[in-house]
Design a protein around this ligand. Structure first.
Ligand code: NAD
Length: 268
């Protein structure tokens, strides 16, 4: 069977380097290339070497259009403005994209949704299999316990993370809100400070901690009177996200245009 050519947009980033290493080591995949931000210091460097694996004989480029031409699927873990541009470009070139970037604005989200009318796109705030199982568990528990159980979600990430709360924390909150049949934006409380007064019933509270090299911890707490259920996921390696994204890329190349999540990729 022909190998799937996968290109990495943002190949110099924390996730980009993991993705390059995972694609190079995964059967059925061929590394189509990688692009970094225009003007980046690593342009021209071997993408394998940059990812901490042996040389692969492909230089880091800065031409996303060329990379899309050379790939069956591209994977984009960059930043919201860049991701929105890449989604539009992929739609115009008829190429599939796996998007892992978080923190997209409404307009950027719309650009992704519009592109997905023309090409297949997987868009997932978290590509780990286990986090996607956790999303299902949270949905199940939220449905069973009802809104009189106070739901609080807190997360901790490394000091370089630029958006808060994490896309995963928001996805966990959205899963719970959907299970409770309420609009997420109406019940989400994204931070507290000062004299906040007592907790209004039915809200979903968020807290974000930042520091060191924490890869990503998520705590989902259902607090009741006399007992508390806490569901916790701790990521200790970005390899879990890279593995899930590469699995998504392999799955995506055979799909019709549309917007997909890891639920579809993993058949959950
Ligand atoms: P990072 O800052 O280490 O890497 C982002 C890279 O993208 C940087 O090297 C940057 O120079 C590059 N970039 C920016 N604009 C570009 C452009 N136009 N063309 C090419 N490259 C460009 O960040 P990171 O930790 O790798 O995370 C990247 C994104 O992925 C964030 O939004 C993060 O929240 C998200 N993330 C998602 C998952 C998931 O499972 N979906 C997991 C981890 C991180």
């Amino acid at each position: 069977m022909a190998e799937t050519r996968i290109g990495v947009i943002g190949c110099a980033g924390r996730m980009g380097r993991m993705l390059v290493a995972d694609i190079a080591g995964t059967e059925g995949c061929a590394l189509a290339g990688g692009v970094a931000r225009p003007g980046a210091a690593c342009l021209g460097q071997d993408i394998g070497e940059l990812a901490g694996i042996p040389r692969v004989g492909i230089a880091v480029g800065d031409n996303a259009e060329q990379l899309l031409h050379d790939s069956d699927v591209v994977v984009d873990f960059t930043m919201p403005t860049a991701t929105a541009d890449h989604a539009k470009l992929a739609a115009s070139l008829g190429k599939a994209v796996v998007i892992g970037t978080t923190g997209l604005s409404g307009a950027e989200e719309k650009a992704v949704r519009d592109a997905a009318e023309k090409v297949p796109i997987v868009w997932a705030a978290n590509t780990s299999l286990v986090i996607n199982l956790l999303l299902g568990l949270v949905q199940q528990v939220a449905q069973r316990l009802g809104p009189d159980w106070d739901l609080e979600i807190f997360e901790m990430h490394h000091k370089g993370k630029v958006d808060a709360p994490s896309g995963t924390a928001l996805a966990l909150g959205r899963a719970a809100a959907a299970a409770r049949g309420v609009g997420f934006e109406e019940v989400a409380v994204r931070g507290r400070d000062g004299i906040t007064g007592p907790r209004p019933p039915g809200v979903i509270g968020f807290a974000a901690l930042r520091g060191g090299d924490a890869v990503g911890d998520h705590h989902v707490i259902f607090a009741g009177m006399g007992e508390r259920l806490e569901l916790v996921h701790r990521a200790t390696s970005r390899a879990i996200y890279a593995k899930g994204a590469v699995r998504a890329a392999l799955w995506l190349k055979d799909q019709p245009p549309g917007l997909y999540g890891m639920k579809e990729v993993l058949g959950l």
